[in-house]
Design a binder for this molecule. Structure first.
Ligand code: ADE
Length: 231
């Protein structure tokens, strides 16, 4: 299978590049794309950069130029669900663009206005089960299937955590997943988002993120590897 693997930051794709597989490098737009064969799949790995636009552009490039048949996003997130601790894993059942707000026009928060499709982008059920099982078998402390919220904001405020939790029932918050999901959905390409918790999106989020980003990013990447070996 041809699989696209995306992380937003270097910490989120570093693990793959350290595995001794020889990847060929190609450049397109702002991306360096690492192509190679890994666990009997053709993989294209890239760092998309932070934010929804970078993530959407990257997804379209992987689909159009690399003909990927599935997209796996790996990285870190801030927890929204009260039970989640740093190091736990969220597997997306669906994603929502939480900062999309045309409410003065009568649209719900997170609703894509005048769009011929849903505003909650469902992840592929098979990829969800595969990643959930892979995480369980790797003994990740806690694995949760849930809704991943994405916005062009680093959330570091308890009131916002409560609002996002209540409004969207989000499990975690990050800055790319829903853009990947949106772009993948309009192209009919299956996707899943894996996010290891780096912080609780509260007043201590910045410090926690800085401390745990590497460790959490690697945990998520290892689950992607385990998934690939089972796909
Ligand atoms: N990625 C990791 N932690 C995050 C947070 N608190 N807000 C947005 N994106 C994040």
């Amino acid at each position: 299978m041809r699989v696209g693997i995306i992380g937003a930051m270097k910490e989120e794709i570093e693990y793959f590049l350290k595995q001794g597989t020889s990847f060929t490098e190609e450049k397109k737009a702002h991306l360096t794309l690492y192509k190679g064969s890994w666990h009997e799949h053709e993989v294209v790995i890239t760092r998309c950069g932070v934010g929804k636009v970078n993530a959407a552009v990257t997804t379209q490039i992987l689909i159009d130029l690399y003909n990927v048949e599935a997209i796996l996003f790996t990285g870190v997130a801030g927890a929204l669900a009260p039970s989640l601790e740093v190091g736990d894993l969220v597997v997306s059942t669906a994603c929502i663009e939480h900062d999309l707000d045309a409410s003065p026009l009568g649209f719900k928060r997170g609703e894509v206005p005048m769009f011929n499709g849903p505003s909650t982008f469902p992840a592929d059920e098979k990829l969800v089960s595969l990643s959930y099982e892979a995480a369980k078998d790797l003994n990740v402390s806690a694995v949760m299937k849930g809704i991943v919220l994405s916005g062009d904001q680093f959330i570091a405020d308890w009131d916002q955590v409560n609002e996002l939790r209540e409004m969207f029932e989000g499990a975690c918050v990050e800055m790319e997943g829903a853009a990947v999901g949106h772009a993948a959905m309009v192209n009919n390409v299956p996707f899943v988002i894996l996010r290891s918790i780096s912080d609780k999106a509260n007043g201590e989020a910045a410090g926690s993120f800085t401390t745990f980003v590497e460790e959490s990013a690697e945990r998520s990447a290892k689950i992607v590897e385990q998934m690939l070996s089972r796909m």
